[in-house]
Write a protein that binds this ligand. Structure first.
Ligand SMILES: [Zn+2]
Length: 156
């Protein structure tokens, strides 16, 4: 068993696919110059073998939709006074706005700057999404390194 130092207040993202902890930080646009962030790599997990864990001190929220896209088996623990106040199991999101980018150069979202990028889930198992405008399909399964994800969320 691996003992993980607790944080007083913040968020623990648990059961991240081993090796993907840094990617999660990148995609969630967590400011590692300001926030106190701990990444535990290759922790032993009874459930999934190996896992990464990310802890962000004093963070108020993370983008659960983005987490569902990147790694839907993660759990998010909200910590207060060193106690887990709430535990959320992430699900694959049905609708995704302004997180992934359409790959079709002729799509209106590629032509019009500021057009919202809207995708609808069409295949949960393979995490496939259809662009609302041009019907192009993007698969997020194993797509951790793909270029579709914005590093900066539009509304931040
Ligand atoms: Zn499109």
């Amino acid at each position: 068993m691996v003992v993980i130092d607790s944080i007083g207040k913040g968020i623990v993202i648990d059961h991240i696919t081993a090796g993907m902890g840094m990617k999660v930080i990148e995609y969630l646009d967590i400011d590692t110059t300001k926030d106190t962030v701990a990444v535990i790599m290759n922790a032993v997990s009874n459930k999934y073998g190996r896992k990464d864990v990310v802890k962000i001190e004093n963070a108020a929220d993370v983008d659960l939709t983005a987490l569902g896209l990147i790694d839907p088996k993660v759990t998010v623990n909200y910590i207060e006074d060193h106690i887990i106040r709430e535990k959320i199991h992430i699900t694959v999101p049905e609708k995704v706005v302004n997180i992934i980018k359409c790959n079709n150069p002729r799509c209106v979202t590629s032509i019009e700057p500021g057009a919202p990028q809207i995708f609808h889930l069409i295949d949960r198992e393979n995490r496939e999404y259809r662009c609302e405008y041009c019907d192009d399909i993007i698969s997020m399964k194993g797509g951790y390194g793909n270029e579709f994800i914005h590093k900066q969320w539009v509304n931040r």
